[in-house]
Design a protein. Structure first.
Length: 184
């Protein structure tokens, strides 16, 4: 909005600014895809003010450990998400409760929370959606008593699918939050 007012103060007519603004907004979003909350690719990609970054960041702002140093652990189960959603489903809350119990019992481990999406949507949209999924997962774990300083989040969007078929069953497997650990 601030840029719009600058353009108007410079004497650029509103009839010129609005079509340009409209083209920019349409080109940023994937047409026809919105989340249940009404968010488009542009709003998901823009994100909200947060201590987390898409590239991977610790919630407490400290140095980010290298994701390659983390390994999968069979004790921590992935959580799954509905299409274009990042809220924790009630059935997945039980999985996160069990994961939180393990995490609290093993305080010497750092946790990497990965957000993933299925292949539908643009790369930018899926990276942003994966980030929101990882943030929702981390926030749930914090509410269960896992300290934020132990967690790092990373979004891979659609780049690390578990399943390559073009089916709803396969896409459902790819819409997930995964966990990796490393000793402090």
């Amino acid at each position: 909005m601030e840029k719009l007012s600058v353009l108007l103060r410079r004497g650029i007519p509103l009839l010129v600014v609005l079509p340009v603004l409209g083209v920019l907004l349409v080109s940023c979003a994937k047409q026809g895809v919105t989340t249940a909350g009404g968010e488009t690719a542009a709003t998901l990609a823009a994100g909200s003010e947060s201590p987390w970054s898409r590239a991977g960041m610790r919630g407490d702002g400290s140095t980010v450990p290298d994701p390659r140093d983390f390994v999968p652990l069979s004790d921590l189960m992935p959580v799954h998400f509905d299409f274009d959603r990042y809220d924790i489903r009630p059935d997945e809350a039980r999985t996160l409760d069990a994961n939180a119990k393990w995490m609290k019992a093993h305080p010497s481990h750092l946790i990497l929370v990965e957000g993933h999406a299925d292949e539908r949507g643009t790369n930018e949209y899926n990276l942003a959606l994966g980030e929101r999924r990882a943030k929702a997962t981390v926030n749930y774990l914090i509410a269960q008593g896992v300290h934020v300083s132990r967690m790092t989040l990373m979004s891979y969007g659609e780049e690390r699918p578990l399943c390559m078929d073009k089916s709803e069953e396969c896409w459902a497997k790819n819409r997930r939050g995964d966990f990796r650990v490393k000793l402090r």
